[in-house]
Design a protein around this ligand. Structure first.
Ligand code: 5GP
Length: 255
């Protein structure tokens, strides 16, 4: 296979030039980092699981009319996506206090918030992705008011839909992070959901036991990280019941 041009390597994914103009191949790695790179490791099989989970969720969101960058999954670790201009913001939606909001306002983890809260963080590793206001975003030109309105609207719809989807499989959607991109059509642009949606960027708790089924298991050294991701995939119906992960090995699974 001809080697493709690598465009970017992030903490959990590599982006390659796609086969047609305006497309990109997203390769899901097994690498995991936390605390802005302070902690790193490899979770064998994570990339394969996240590729499948994100494909499933993006397709379900497209069915309800959320525009996304997802085109199709290519193989175990890769998916074809539309090339978009990434907006340098992390859009976080929270239903239950956990992680940074619990710390910032001294709220006990697990406390249900009065309503869903949308937050914006400026994507900048050197600054540690600081929380920003809508005024910062507009004043510094990271997005215009119309983009912001579209992102907030999409984020709330994604939250409503995913809360229901996960509730149906015994999982509470505590919070999650989205990234959006701008897709140009001549002089016009519109906002599409980009990146991935997976246990790497969602907090997912078992409804009955509150067991964590997400990347906090890695961040907090709780162990059984891959097993938790597998459990999410199994409940979503995208992993055979008896799946033991033997099909989720390393790069040899790419073909
Ligand atoms: P927190 O602000 O509490 O650390 O994170 C809120 C939610 O957004 C969590 O579900 C977390 O997984 C996700 N999130 C926030 N920032 C990042 C990030 O830089 N990378 C990833 N993978 N997830 C993030």
């Amino acid at each position: 296979m001809a080697r493709r041009r690598q465009l970017y390597e992030g903490k959990a994914k590599i982006l390659f030039e796609g086969p047609e103009p305006g497309t990109i191949v997203q390769y899901f790695k097994d690498d995991a980092t936390a605390g802005n790179g302070a902690k790193s490791g490899v979770i064998t099989g994570k990339g394969v699981l996240n590729n499948r989970i994100s494909e499933h969720l993006m397709l379900r969101l497209q069915e309800i009319g959320i525009p996304t960058h997802f085109i199709r999954r290519i193989n175990m670790r890769e998916q074809l996506v539309k090339e978009v201009e990434i907006i340098p913001l992390e859009v976080v939606v929270r239903n239950i206090a956990a992680g940074s909001i619990a710390k910032r306002f001294n709220i006990e983890e697990g406390t249900r918030l009065p309503r869903a809260i949308v937050e914006f963080y400026y994507k900048n590793d050197a600054l540690g992705d600081p929380l920003v206001s809508e005024d910062h975003i507009i004043a510094f030109g990271w997005a215009c008011p119309h983009d912001l309105e579209e992102m907030t609207g999409h984020a709330m719809r994604v939250n409503d839909f995913l809360c229901g989807l996960f509730a149906g499989i015994g999982i509470q959607l505590v919070d999650f992070k989205l990234e959006f991109g701008r897709q140009w059509d001549g002089d016009d642009s519109h906002i599409v959901l980009a990146d991935e949606i997976s246990p790497d960027n969602c907090r997912l708790w078992d409804t009955h036991t509150s067991e964590k089924l997400d990347k906090d298991r890695f961040r907090r050294d709780m162990g059984s990280v891959k097993e938790a991701y597998q459990e999410v995939a199994r409940r979503l119906g995208i992993l055979p019941e008896e799946g033991n992960g033997s099909d989720l090995k390393g790069p040899e699974a790419v073909q």
